[in-house]
Design a protein around this ligand. Sequence first.
Ligand code: BDR
Ligand code: CA
Length: 312
Amino acid sequence: MPHPRKFIFDTDPGVDDAMAFLFAMASPELELVGVTTVFGNGGIETTTQNALRLVELVSRSDIPVTAGAARPLLHPYVGAGARVHGSDGLGETRLPVPTGAPQPGHAAQFIIDTVMADPGRISLIAVGPLTNLALAVSLEPRIVQAVQQVVIMGGSALHPGNVTPVAEANIHNDSAAARIVFAAEWPLTMVGMDVTCATVMSPEYLQTLFTMGNKATDFIAKIVPFYLDFHRSRGEDGIYVHDSSAIAFALDSSLFKVKTAPVHICVTEGRVDGQTIADWGDTGSGGHKVNVCMEVDSPRFLTLYRERLATY
Ligand code: BDR
Ligand code: CA
């Protein structure tokens, strides 16, 4: 097998962030070199504590966790994630306090130092608001050339939004940061709701994970009921597979059909804030083209997820 792809996981855990982390850690194609945290599904203290819990769960406290942004660049942090993920970010499970601590320094600086120390070999997989990536690229623009790949869960090209009629949560939570990240001329792939809502883990599928009874699936069995209840309250009998879709793209991009277009981010107030507009018609709107995932082979993806979780 070729060398695993080294990556930094920028995250706001988050039930589906945790499920994505466990997927990545069971995948030999990927080597996690650091976790960076951002506000989003909870405040920065909550998401950082949860990231520490995750590395401890898989006995990988050697992987550094570095805390990042506590608020968006422009707008105030409103903490809307609690109704989806619970006030502790992990489904109201009130897990024990982790034994480890985040390493000193800011997530954005960790991203810069790690990417610049190993040019061409580090990818960024970001599944929360894009504040840390925006700060990193603003502080050190050379990471645009030095990074191997940037994969983000966020946005939507044609699918409706999930926090406003037109905006997806990660982009809406820091639209100004997203605009910086989408404007940077690095190899960026948007894994948005066009594909993440096309893959659903039904209660029956989740049950097949729970019956494995290993430490990862036992953890998912604890944290997922609150998240599933949220989906049910919106008439969906299953959970959308948001953050794990970004991991899936990094693992095996052949699972996805991708189109390219410049994607513009609306930065404003209210419902339109964070809308992602893909310029399919190349209307001369400018901006460099990014990869936009438009279709996914969900059965193959769900089989892969289950196979990987079985290895714990
Ligand atoms: C995104 O928002 C968060 O609630 C999830 O963790 C995911 O990253 C989906 O819109
Ligand atoms: Ca997330």
